[in-house]
Design a protein around this ligand. Structure first.
Ligand SMILES: Cc1cc2nc3c(=O)[nH]c(=O)nc-3n(C[C@H](O)[C@H](O)[C@H](O)COP(=O)(O)OP(=O)(O)OC[C@H]3O[C@@H](n4cnc5c(N)ncnc54)[C@H](O)[C@@H]3O)c2cc1C
Length: 373
């Protein structure tokens, strides 16, 4: 947290609240009452996501003439994730969209979308799971495109893209059919009639996240929506940020699991102390993770291989630790946590998402094994 002092403005003896403080306050006040409905899939919190944008939650990581700093964005996602894992995931989607636009060298695109994404006026996400898997030889690219006058024509389908709605945008990648090896990254405009959103079957969790299957039926993508004509070097630039922003989901979730264990200490501590995993251990682990996240997040353009491996290894550990903390919270709660109305079981379901969202545990292990393509 010491790093956040950087964005703190001292006024007399009263420090002004940081963006993270404001996000945490809004999460406790307006998100907490909605968390059950979001989990049940009966609410998609678009107004609240815009509200977070208005207080700066989606703008702090935009690079300022060179370097970028993801620390405040990650702490904000964590503050949201302490209350609701699904909304922390949507926060990641939005922050990732902002990250793409902010790193694009397409000035027309940056001018048109930069502010509207980072202020939350326009919402959206990212369809990079399939491309990220394709870069590591796990599956083939699902979208195909060809050059036409003024842009490209794109076809294909992505099975899951989140934080979407009829006027939303998301960044993704197609493979050029007309140029071997060419891959292009672009913004998909959900209001385009040639791009259709299909509701998904109910999930274990994350149903309130605006997640759809997306079909492209010869959709015309104009040049002004191209994030990068050469997607490969662009992805190399943004990939550490893509993964590091996900760490906020895990940090928030683990913190709340510790809180859940603490809450049952008074009535059940006399027997819970026989459980192998205790909140103290998770507190130490959380502090260690936070330190490593903050160190890596202040330097997201570092192109050293050793830096990239640290990012991947940290992400793997955070997925494992999320599941472990939620599992421990369930065991500490006993029957209390087995009630549908208790958040312990929601935390467990959310934790599995941290471990399976791309890059999933198995992909991270493949990457660390060195089987990169
Ligand atoms: C709730 C939710 C939200 C998601 N949001 C996004 C998002 O915003 N952006 C994004 O890019 N990705 C998103 N994903 C995808 C996610 O990041 C992972 O890619 C996905 O969970 C599978 O990853 P995996 O590496 O375990 O692959 P695996 O599950 O091992 O394999 C994935 C492949 O298996 C096939 N497959 C498996 N199950 C099904 C099924 N039920 N229907 C159709 N095909 C299937 C598909 O070919 C798919 O590409 C989302 C997934 C979920 C469950």
């Amino acid at each position: 947290m010491g790093s956040l002092a950087l964005s703190r403005v001292e006024v007399a003896d009263q420090p002004a609240p940081t963006i993270v403080d404001e996000v945490a306050r809004l999460a406790r006040r307006d998100l907490a009452p909605l968390a059950l409905a979001i989990d049940a899939g009966s609410a998609y919190p678009d107004a609240l996501l815009r509200g977070f944008g208005e207080i700066g939650a989606w703008g702090s990581h935009v690079p300022q003439e060179g370097p970028a700093d993801l620390r405040c964005a990650i702490q904000s996602i964590a503050a949201i994730g302490e209350v609701c894992g699904a909304t922390a995931f949507m926060a990641w989607c939005q922050n990732t969209l902002v990250w793409y636009a902010a790193n694009s060298t397409n000035l027309k695109l940056a001018r048109r979308f930069g502010d509207s994404f980072s202020s939350g006026r326009v919402l959206g996400g990212t369809g990079l799971s399939n491309p990220m898997k394709s870069f590591f030889g796990i599956e083939k690219l699902k979208l195909k495109g060809r050059k036409v006058e003024g842009g490209y024509v794109v076809k294909g389908a992505l099975p899951w893209v989140s934080n979407l709605g009829p006027d939303h945008f998301f960044g993704t990648i197609f493979e050029r059919e007309d140029e071997g090896g060419g891959i292009v990254m672009f913004l998909a405009d959900c209001s385009d009639p040639a791009i259709t959103l299909q509701p998904c079957k109910p999930f274990l969790a994350m149903d309130g996240t605006g997640t759809y299957g997306v079909q492209f039926r010869d959709a015309f993508v104009p040049d002004e929506l191209i994030l990068a004509e050469q997607a490969a070097p662009f992805v190399k630039k943004i990939r550490a940020g893509f993964i590091l922003l996900q760490t906020g989901m895990a940090l928030g979730l683990i913190k709340d699991c510790i809180e859940i264990m603490d809450e049952v200490e008074a009535p059940l501590g006399h027997v819970n102390r026989y459980l192998p995993q205790q909140p103290t251990q998770f507190r130490e682990l959380h502090a260690e993770f936070e330190k490593e996240v903050m160190a890596l997040a202040s330097d997201p353009y570092n192109s050293d291989d050793s830096y990239w491996r640290r990012v991947v290894a940290l992400r793997l550990r955070l997925g494992d630790a999320s599941v472990a903390a939620a599992h421990a919270a369930m065991l500490h709660c006993g029957a209390r946590g087995y009630l549908k109305s208790h958040r312990a079981q929601r935390r467990l379901r959310e934790a599995y998402f941290v471990a399976i969202v791309t890059p999933a545990t198995k992909q991270l292990r493949k990457m660390l094994a060195g089987d990169e393509h």
